[in-house]
Design a binder for this molecule. Structure first.
Ligand code: NAD
Ligand code: TYD
Length: 352
């Protein structure tokens, strides 16, 4: 029996990781630690509540004494660390929250895990889940490799880069057992509707404007969230301690092309006239410091660990849209209250 701490397990990616591990490994106890911020939602894992190898703990990764008490209570064998502030636009408005949660929170977990494992690192692993955004911004050519120099350019990516450095420093300095993965943009069910894909699905359903930043020519490399969870499973079990793995879908889209694909699929699924969703496209002031292009070279994880994405993008997008259309109550719940105020503040800059 192994006891594994998953942080951020009520968020978007974390909920898919927790589900995969709880259902696949009946001999693991999975402890989901989450502060339930605006992005954390217990509804995301409500199907697991009655599983006897699953426990939820509410708490903050920056709270040193609380994290110590949790390690004492459960004596964890491994950590899969996903809890973070994760939205670039929020980091532009409030960078210090990102420094506190992403840097200090990761440092707190590392320090307590090191204390708890008392230098006996045999069979232990601290898996840090990171992003391709730490590598900076690409021109129209080239890819991010595991040894691409870090060049973070938003407060979000800077805070994730700092956390990656801390994780590697623990490995280098103390021989602390770590593994890191840097993944491209995820999409799929349960993503909070502030990120591009769920925000635009929701706006199309409600016939609200689709705020495209700048000219819509920025490029992202999209991966279905369940494929990311599968990659985390493979790396956690087969990855080499101390290594970094890039995860991506070889699936680059210019924002405007992706948005038009979403519009076309939604017109059809909602039985609306062809072209009606596209009429909602509204070009707005560009994001400050907007990274032009992200693209992952995922050869290492494919070759060394045999992982590959399972879904083609148009199919994955279709499944995602279907999930949002079938889960209107979920959307309504997460878009009320605090989120509405934030939304109003973010989009008062709409150009018209
Ligand atoms: P998310 O914002 O949906 O979820 C984050 C979760 O962390 C939420 O449940 C939230 O309540 C929790 N959390 C936040 N602050 C906390 C704190 N102080 N203590 C405890 N819990 C806290 O994020 P996501 O998109 O699921 O991303 C998860 C991880 O994957 C992050 O580390 C992110 O950097 C990384 N990542 C995300 C993407 C992506 O496209 N979304 C891509 C690559 C890597
Ligand atoms: P996002 O989902 O925020 O992910 P990230 O910035 O981490 O890549 O944004 C994806 C792309 O979509 C990015 O180029 C910014 C753009 N975008 C818009 O054009 N309009 C929006 O309302 C949002 C949220 C994003």
């Amino acid at each position: 029996m192994k006891t594994i701490l998953v942080t951020g397990g009520s968020g978007f990616i974390g909920s898919h990781v927790v589900r995969l591990f709880v259902n696949k490994y009946s001999d693991y106890k999975i402890v989901n630690l989450d502060a339930l911020t605006y992005a954390g939602n217990l509804e995301n894992v409500s199907d697991l509540e009655n599983q006897n190898n699953y426990v939820f703990e509410k708490g903050d990764i920056t709270d040193l004494e609380f994290i110590r008490s949790l390690f004492t209570k459960y004596n964890f064998d491994g950590v899969i660390h996903l809890a973070a502030e994760s939205h670039v636009d929020r980091s532009i408005k409030d960078p210090l929250v990102f420094a506190r949660v992403n840097v200090m929170g990761t440092g707190t977990l590392l320090q307590v895990a090191k204390e708890s494992w008392k230098e006996n690192f045999e069979g232990k692993l601290f898996y840090h889940v990171s992003t391709d955004e730490v590598y900076g911004s690409l021109g129209d050519e080239g890819f991010f490799y595991e040894d691409t120099a870090y060049d973070p350019r938003s407060p979000y990516s800077a805070s994730k880069a700092a956390s990656d450095h801390l994780v590697r420093a623990f490995n280098h300095t103390y021989g602390f057992p770590i593994v890191i993965s840097n993944c491209s943009n995820n999409y799929g069910p349960n993503q909070f509707p502030e990120k591009l894909i769920p925000l635009f699905i929701n706006n199309i359903v409600l016939e609200k404007p689709l705020p495209v930043y700048g000219k819509g020519v920025n490029v992202r490399d999209w991966l279905y969230v369940v494929d990311h969870a599968r990659a985390i499973d493979v790396i956690f079990h087969k990855g080499k301690v101390g290594e970094t793995y890039n995860i991506g879908g070889h699936n680059e889209w210019r924002n405007i092309d992706l948005i038009k694909e979403m519009c076309a699929q939604l017109d059809e699924k909602l039985n609306r006239e062809k072209g009606s969703a596209e009429k909602l496209i509204t070009y707005v002031t560009d994001r400050a410091g907007h990274d032009h292009r992200y693209a992952i070279d995922a050869t290492k994880i494919e070759k060394d660990l045999g992982w590959k994405p399972s879904l083609q993008f148009k199919e994955g997008l279709g499944k995602t849209i279907d999930w949002y259309l079938a889960n209107k109550e979920w959307l309504k719940n997460v878009t009320s209250g605090e989120y509405q105020n934030y939304y109003a503040k973010m989009y008062e800059k709409v150009d018209g």
